[in-house]
Design a protein around this ligand. Structure first.
Ligand code: C2E
Ligand code: MG
Ligand code: MG
Length: 348
């Protein structure tokens, strides 16, 4: 708003031309940088909008007719200051963009050998029923980077997706998770634990996804009925028939499916109606604000009721406090995952 105001009040005159619009160039570069993981309409649209505004303001004398122009004695030095600062801003933004690109390039190069170098690790977060009983875990990948330390998936999964590394990474995660299931099956206390694995959209879209999963399960000797695959709604936008066929083929082997982050995407009831799901995971955002926002509490309650009426298991994600756990329990959701019970930790 401030920028828009300034642009409107910055009425060009013959002696002191408009200058505020120069800031738009730096802002356009910055927005290109800040929206890099956003969809193309935003990532390209925002800088484009700024570039077009720049163009219009640069070539036309347009100004709000009723706007009071500042006295020339202020506007003349102002034009110098604005243009200089805007140029400095542009230089800074370009420098940041360049540094970011370089960092990404090196991160991508490092990522492609991280798998071979054995730098990927799986952490496991407990899923707990009836307050104390661990019924399973979710496998969450981390990158044990030699210099950067433990890199969370949010930082390298989008990169892996863009660079085609998600498929080998996803295979590795699944194989490692299956090996863990085999280890667990050898001890009575852990033999019945279920292990959930996140599946990415590109992985699931592969024509040979079903065969790949079957192959990994067979090769490792894991019990398929202990394996759970987590899907997210964002990956379901494509061919629903194909998704259902794949799910049914895997379910025939005993593998089960959960819908991750439920409530954040389209939350389409069609998915619930048509997909052969076993479980809904209530997204952590609802759990977080459940105690303070009656709306979020109502949504959580509705999701739990809906899930149960569809004969689905319901689990709450991101449970951090006893109060949250109690409220969820009173709403009928006894199964939870979150820091209250344990953070994601190495297998040992
Ligand atoms: P997600 O599947 O929804 O996983 C839950 C995330 O919430 C995890 O973050 C977990 O550490 C975090 N979390 C768990 N309990 C709590 C809590 O009580 N409070 C808070 N604030 N956070 C909690 P993480 O490990 O950083 O994973 C982020 C996302 O990365 C995952 O979200 C998942 O979408 C993706 N991801 C992780 N591992 C894999 C993988 O192997 N394959 C694929 N495709 N995606 C993965
Ligand atoms: Mg998950
Ligand atoms: Mg989730």
């Amino acid at each position: 708003v401030l920028v828009a105001d300034a642009l409107v009040l910055d009425v060009p005159t013959a002696a002191a031309p408009r200058s505020m619009h120069h800031y738009l160039l730096g802002l356009a570069v910055m927005s290109l940088l800040l929206t890099r993981d956003e969809p193309p309409w935003l990532h390209l649209g925002l800088p484009l909008l700024m570039a077009v505004s720049y163009l219009v303001l640069a070539v036309s004398p347009y100004g709000v007719p009723s706007a009071l122009a500042l006295p020339e004695s202020i506007r003349l030095p102002g034009a110098w200051i604005n243009t200089t600062l805007a140029l400095a801003g542009l230089a800074g933004a370009v420098h940041t963009l360049q540094a970011d690109l370089a960092r990404r390039d090196s991160l991508q190069a490092e990522l492609s050998h991280a798998l071979l170098a054995g730098e990927m690790v799986l952490h496991y977060q407990a899923q707990v029923a009836a307050q104390t009983q661990v019924v399973g875990a979710e496998a969450l990948v981390r990158w044990q980077h030699p210099k950067r330390g433990l890199v969370p998936p949010g930082e390298f999964i989008p990169l892996a997706e863009r660079s085609g590394l998600m498929l080998p990474l996803g295979d590795w995660v699944l194989r490692t998770a299956c090996r863990t299931l085999v280890t667990w099956s050898q001890q009575a206390e852990t033999a019945n634990l279920r292990l959930a694995v996140n599946v990415s959209a590109s992985q699931f879209a592969q024509p040979d996804f079903v065969a790949k999963v079957q192959q990994i399960v067979q090769q490792t000797g894991a019990r398929p009925d202990r394996l759970e695959l987590e899907l997210t709604e964002s990956m379901l936008a494509s061919d629903l028939e194909d998704i259902i066929t794949k799910m049914l083929a895997l379910k025939a082997q005993g593998i089960c499916f959960s819908l991750d982050d439920f409530g954040t995407g389209f939350s389409s009831l069609t998915y619930l109606r048509r997909l052969p799901l076993d479980k809904l995971k209530i997204d952590q955002s609802f759990v977080r604000s459940m105690l303070t926002s009656p709306k979020d509490a109502a949504i959580a309650q509705a999701v739990i009721t809906l899930g149960h009426s569809l004969k689905l298991e319901v689990i709450a994600e991101g449970v951090e406090t006893q109060d949250q756990r109690q409220q969820l329990a009173s709403m009928g959701c006894g199964t939870c995952q979150g820091y209250l019970f344990g953070r994601p930790v190495p297998l040992a």
